[in-house]
Write a protein that binds this ligand. Structure first.
Ligand code: NIG
Ligand code: FE
Length: 408
């Protein structure tokens, strides 16, 4: 290295163990590590003993620490922009009403649609900010956010604009267009016409740069495989990647449909068949596990976890943060639930919230600690990475960096 690069690093952290995840399996950990960055990129990840020069000659700021550093967590499935809450529905469900019954009676997603339509953009941002702050506090540096509570052009646009505005917190936001989430009352009985309208809005929102991917809710209480297919064809025509709420409450072959469109991910996947697992493996479609919704809905049907492992389908873990089925404000807690409910190993859960989650968003520059990757990383006050999946709550993250800047 030349002398000029020696003084070029913005920061250098010494003494922590690094869970780099930069290998096909294991934590790929480094003890007494050194991690450096310049601008928004990591410039050195290795043992302290391999630093090319004395620390103070390498970086403007040198920090001695302990504990562990992991890649910044990637929450690859959220609906965190919404207004109001559905705590009353939670009570109804505890008294025996099912999620589907509440939805068919005009509650559920549509009750959040009413609240979200009633809020102006500033109000929607104000209500969404604390949720984004909470995710960051527990280590999230990239967050995917879906529309789907607007269900008309102006309100879908408002949601996507608020999602983009959350980047003001210093994190990366990926937006997903989910107008095919529920049928709004003004289109009652006219699902196909609604899909026509939603496809037309997609084109306009894409022109505004508001859409990174396209999703749909393929389900008895959502949209049919044929309607989902039309939405995906529209996405393909615009060169936008797709992902799908698939096989959550029943098996409509959603995961295989997502795979057939080279989908980035099929999400929920509790009822996914072996044939669909094979299709996902063939097309590199990630299985996004959402144990928060599974937990809150007190589901019992497990996703085909062993089949995913056997066929090499990468498993991601996300919060599904939403007011109905998963009011979950910590990706680390989602990892905990993935271990307890789905018996993921803590290592699988961490990989699921970093490497595989990044893949589920089509992002190839993050999810690992490696020179050249984005400088997204979290310092944790723990003695071993398994603790990330062990503690239920608690302030474990001591610092969160996104793009080389401290965001917490
Ligand atoms: O991922 N399943 C559909 N969508 C959300 C729930 C949205 C809601 O109930 O508001 C989910 O679980
Ligand atoms: Fe969801």
């Amino acid at each position: 290295m030349t002398a000029s690069t020696h003084t070029a690093w913005d920061g250098l952290i010494l003494g922590a163990s690094l869970a780099t995840l930069d290998a096909p399996r294991g934590y790929a950990d480094i003890s007494d590590g050194a991690l450096a960055w310049r601008d928004d990129r990591l410039t050195f990840v290795g043992p302290r003993s391999e630093l090319p020069d004395a620390p103070h000659r390498l970086a403007r700021e040198v920090i001695e620490t302990r504990g562990w550093i992991t890649p910044g967590l990637v929450d690859c499935h959220t609906h965190l922009v919404f207004a109001g809450d559905r705590a009353r529905e939670f009570e109804q469900r505890l008294q025996g009403a099912s999620y589907e019954e509440i939805a068919r009676a005009g509650g559920g997603i549509l009750s959040t649609v009413r609240a979200t339509r009633a809020a102006d953009e500033g109000e929607l941002l104000r209500q969404s900010l604390p949720r984004a702050h909470a995710l960051i506090a527990d280590g999230a540096t990239t967050v995917e956010i879906k529309s789907g509570y607007g269900l008309d052009f102006d309100n879908e646009r408002k949601m996507l604009r608020v999602a983009r505005r959350l980047e003001q917190l210093g994190i990366s936001v990926r937006t997903t267009y989910l107008a095919a989430h529920a049928l709004p009352p003004e289109f009652a009985g006219r699902g196909d016409e609604y899909i026509d309208a939603a496809i037309e809005w997609l084109g306009r929102l894409h022109v505004e740069g508001l859409v990174d991917a396209v999703d749909a809710f393929c389900e008895g209480i959502g949209f049919t495989p044929a309607q989902t297919t039309r939405m995906f064809q529209a996405a393909r025509a615009l060169d936008l990647p797709v992902k799908l709420h698939a096989d959550q409450l029943s098996d409509l072959g959603g995961a295989a449909l997502a795979a057939a469109f080279n989908g980035l991910s099929a999400d929920h996947v509790e009822h996914t068949s072996l044939a669909s697992v094979r299709a996902m493996a063939l097309h590199g479609t990630v299985a996004v596990l959402l144990p928060g919704a599974f937990h809150v809905l007190r589901e019992t049907k497990l996703p085909p976890l062993d089949a995913f492992r056997e066929h090499g389908v990468p498993m991601a873990v996300a919060t599904d943060c939403n007011p109905g089925t998963s009011p979950l404000l910590s990706l680390r807690h989602a990892m905990q639930l993935a271990c307890t409910h789905f018996r993921l190993t803590p290592e699988e859960a961490l990989r699921g919230a970093t490497v595989h989650a990044a893949k589920a968003l089509g992002l190839h520059d993050r999810g690992v600690l490696r020179a050249g990757a984005r400088a997204d990383f979290v310092q944790w006050n723990i003695g071993h990475p398994s603790e990330l999946c062990y503690w239920l709550g608690g302030p474990l993250a001591t610092a969160v960096h996104a793009g080389g800047h401290r965001v917490r």
